[in-house]
Design a protein around this ligand. Structure first.
Ligand code: FES
Length: 106
């Protein structure tokens, strides 16, 4: 069971043991982490599940695919580490992943 840490915009840290194959967004919503709206339910069609992947994890998580990159154009204050959290699937390779919630969603 990989560990996932989500840091809310106010600095509150949420730590979870998560299922392989679940997305960062699903875990955030299930645990009511503030700031992840996920209006489209994970279909990569809303950009309201935007997060910043922690710098240390950015290379491991990798870059968004073309469809996600297009949606990220609609996100608020996009940075090089921006990803849509519904497109990040947890796995043992992401054990310990840290992501940060932006100030607001688009
Ligand atoms: S939940 Fe809509 S793009 Fe991620």
């Amino acid at each position: 069971m990989p560990k996932l840490t989500i840091i809310a915009f106010d600095g509150t840290q949420y730590d979870f043991d998560v299922q392989n194959g679940s997305t960062v967004m699903e875990n955030a919503v299930r645990n009511s982490v503030p700031g992840i709206e996920a209006e489209c339910g994970g279909a990569c069609a809303c950009a309201t599940c935007h997060v910043y992947v922690d710098e240390e994890w950015s290379a491991t998580v990798g870059a968004p695919e073309a469809m996600e990159e297009d949606m990220l154009d609609f996100a608020y204050e996009v940075k090089p580490t921006s990803r849509l959290s519904c497109q990040i699937k947890m796995s043992d390779g992401l054990d310990g992943l840290v992501v940060h919630v932006p100030e607001r969603q688009a």
